[in-house]
Write a protein that binds this ligand. Structure first.
Ligand code: 5GP
Length: 184
């Protein structure tokens, strides 16, 4: 039986199984690439929390986890390009290997801003791992070293991604029915 949350979804873009397989693959690749090194995995809140927690269980290396939270000013589907850090890292990252974990890269503005801040703190290296990429919407070029899936220009929810703070707990990634937005 469909739950209320599930019935708000018009189309499932990525199933739970597809996501799990991809996350495992990404974790194994990261493990191989960073062999003999120690990582600081930086999750971008809130959207990346679920992806990060699944991903690190496939990274067989010593690592620590830290989080940043970034706010973008704009309505629910459009960012204005104005971003700021609302929760900074707890640890110093100087001389360390940083893996930024993002849920989705859309215009690229959030990641571009975060990369500038992180690089200014002189880490040994920085790479980005993003579950989803919407390349058609890009306004700034950002290098996504580990990419899960490219998706079309649609507003998606589930697997950590929200609409008005809801739907993060859906185990798949899907597109909401238009009347959900209309009711906003
Ligand atoms: P960017 O700065 O690349 O435009 O946007 C990145 C952030 O916008 C993501 O971390 C995410 O919070 C939000 N975002 C972009 N596209 C979507 C989407 O399709 N669904 C949801 N729920 N959030 C999105």
């Amino acid at each position: 039986m469909l739950t209320k949350l599930e019935s708000d979804v018009q189309e499932i873009l990525l199933t739970e199984k597809e996501i799990a397989e991809k996350v495992k693959e990404l974790g194994e690749k990261i493990t191989e690439d960073y062999r003999d090194r120690e990582l600081v995995v930086v999750g971008v809140l809130k959207g990346a929390f679920l992806f990060l927690s699944d991903l690190i269980r496939h990274i067989k290396l010593p690592l620590s986890v830290d989080f940043v939270a970034i706010s973008s000013y704009g309505d629910y589907t459009e960012t204005t390009g104005v971003v700021k850090i609302i929760k900074d890292l707890d640890e110093s990252i100087e001389g360390r290997h940083i893996l930024i974990v993002e849920d989705i890269v859309d215009t690229g503005l959030t990641l571009d801003y975060l990369l500038r801040i992180i690089r200014a703190r002189k880490p040994a290296s920085v790479r980005v791992c993003a579950l989803l990429d919407k390349p058609t919407r890009r306004r700034v070029e950002v290098d996504i070293h580990y990419k899960g899936f490219e998706i079309p220009d649609k507003f998606v929810v589930g697997y950590g991604l929200d609409f008005n703070q809801k739907y993060r707990n859906l185990p798949f990634v899907g597109v909401l029915k238009p009347d959900i937005y209309a009711g906003k």
